[in-house]
Design a protein around this ligand. Structure first.
Ligand SMILES: [Zn+2]
Length: 102
């Protein structure tokens, strides 16, 4: 049997890799040549790196969102304190007014 590289065949290159038993059988079986195996492995490594970068970016965005939520929470708390302070001052003002003009 003749083993031919499916990738080489697709690219129209010389695709024969080797022969295997039974040698009398001329039919073809598909495999992958060394060059295309290395190409595939390099692509897998690149895809893994890209996936890792995306995970890191997602993690960075998650932390950023968390920080923004914390900032928003602090701003809400500050707004509530100011609201309470405004109420307190209003009550104080009303109390003074009642003293001056009962
Ligand atoms: Zn090949």
């Amino acid at each position: 049997m003749k083993t031919i590289c499916a990738w080489c065949e697709k690219e129209g290159k010389e695709a024969f890799i080797g022969a295997k038993e039974p040698l009398a059988d001329e039919s073809e079986t598909h495999g992958i040549c060394g060059e295309h195996r290395r190409e595939l492995e390099a692509r897998v490594i690149e895809l893994r790196k890209a996936a890792q970068r995306q995970r890191e970016e997602a993690e960075r965005q998650r932390r950023e969102a968390e920080n923004l939520q914390e900032v928003a929470q602090r701003q809400r708390e500050a707004a509530e304190r100011q609201e309470r302070e405004a109420e307190r001052q209003q009550q104080e003002t009303e109390a003074l007014r009642e003293k001056v003009d009962p």
